[in-house]
Design a protein around this ligand. Structure first.
Ligand SMILES: C[S@@+](CC[C@H](N)C(=O)[O-])C[C@H]1O[C@@H](n2cnc3c(N)ncnc32)[C@H](O)[C@@H]1O
Length: 375
């Protein structure tokens, strides 16, 4: 792992000090969800809130690359789907977690080019630092920032790689007991420690076991209750239209497969993936895959219907990505398409879930390869 610069190490130490103080104030232990919230979003200190470089290629000094950062082809393909929904709802978009603002910029341009111009593009962004970055990139009068999610919105909601950075709770089955893995201090250092699971966590694990069968001893994983709550709230936000959630994840049966003994928690530091979220808090991205069955159920509980679920590769192909690559005719476009579509990269691991109400047309992004039946 590349060593952090002295400034970065000092920043990491400030984040760790904040977390140690919170653990002490809480009596010696905090749940992993609270740890993740602090490490990623503590105001002015967390990974997403403190101005670290985060996104971009190796040469740009980032930690990871998302699909919209790879190429505008992603936004151009997405625009085909958005334009189809615009035939049924006002041409408005709300994007959650817009990162650098690249997807917003490219999506607006692609919709303009298709003659399906967006009238209003709103961004809900948790990080003040990223909001600033987005403002610098998006000098378009149609773009605005919301301090809270919309209500009774008609249009399209987009969230790319947002659900996988929402805090998760960790559980472990050991010797017949169910424990919650949280964070404590051992000789002054951050360390994992289990506590008996509370009723909320035990109930969520029981729901999983009711579907996938008993999980074996030694089995540990995570549960995204924040993401579930977010999707449940989406029904209050969306009066008419579609919400497209694009993220790493699987249906529940695959997620909590008895052989996936260690869950999906993953950290990214300068393009190195590692599995120790307690290492240098505030300097690493921490992610967990999305349980799309739970997401579909949460949307359904709120009164939204599932409009489609498929892999990123199928979605982008259905939206005409290859035509665009052919038209571009450059090695860069071919290389970007490979990264977006390849099973070994994002094509299979990343899924697209569309939920919504008031749209009776079949969405074109799911025309071939729809996997709703697997949820
Ligand atoms: C991994 S980045 C993805 C950024 C961008 N969508 C992309 O694909 O490049 C996650 C983004 O979601 C934001 N975020 C996380 N939780 C959020 C929430 N509950 N509401 C709004 N934004 C959130 C982060 O601050 C960050 O901008």
């Amino acid at each position: 792992m590349p060593a952090p610069s002295p400034e970065a190490a000092a920043h990491g130490e400030r984040v760790a000090a904040l977390i140690r103080a919170e653990i002490a104030a809480a009596g010696g232990w905090i749940g992993f969800d609270r740890y993740m919230e602090l490490a990623l979003y503590a105001p002015g200190l967390g990974y997403y809130t403190a101005g670290a470089r985060k996104f971009g290629g190796d040469s740009e000094g980032g930690d990871f690359v998302t699909a919209p950062e790879i190429s505008p082809l992603f936004a151009q393909a997405l625009a085909a789907q958005v334009a189809q929904v615009f035939e049924h709802v006002p041409p408005r978009i709300v994007e959650f977690g817009a990162g650098t603002g690249r997807l917003a910029r490219d999506l607006i341009d692609a919709l303009d080019a298709r003659g399906a111009a967006v009238e209003n593009y709103s961004i809900v962004e948790l990080s003040a630092d990223l909001r600033e970055r987005q403002r610098n990139l998006l000098a378009d009068a149609r773009v605005q920032w919301l301090d809270s999610p919309p209500r009774d919105f008609a249009g399209v909601i987009v969230a790319n790689e947002v659900l996988d950075v929402m805090p998760v709770r960790l559980f472990l089955r050991e010797q017949g007991r169910l424990t919650e893995r949280g964070v404590t201090l051992r000789d002054g250092a951050l360390a994992f420690e289990g506590r008996p699971a509370d009723t909320e966590l035990a109930g969520a694990v029981a729901d999983i076991e009711a579907e996938v069968g008993s999980l074996p001893d030694g089995y540990g994983s995570e549960i995204g209750l924040v993401a579930r709550g977010w999707m449940r709230s989406a029904s209050d936000w969306l009066a008419r239209g579609a919400l497209l959630a694009i993220d790493y994840g699987f249906p529940r049966r695959e997620y909590y497969h008895p052989q996936r003994l260690m869950g999906t928690l993953m950290c990214h530091y300068r393009h190195h993936a590692h599995a120790d979220p307690l290492w240098l808090p505030g300097l690493n991205d921490i992610t967990a895959h999305v349980d799309f069955t739970t997401m579909a159920q949460a949307a359904h509980d709120g009164g939204l219907g599932v409009l489609g679920y498929t892999t990123q590769a199928h979605f982008l192909l259905n939206c005409g990505l290859l035509d665009r690559v052919r038209r571009a005719g450059t090695p860069q476009a071919a290389n970007a398409a490979h990264r977006l579509l390849s099973e070994a990269e994002m094509g299979e691991l990343v899924k697209v879930l569309a939920v919504g109400r008031g749209i009776d047309a079949a969405l074109l992004g799911f025309a071939r390869g729809d996997r709703t039946h697997t949820l």
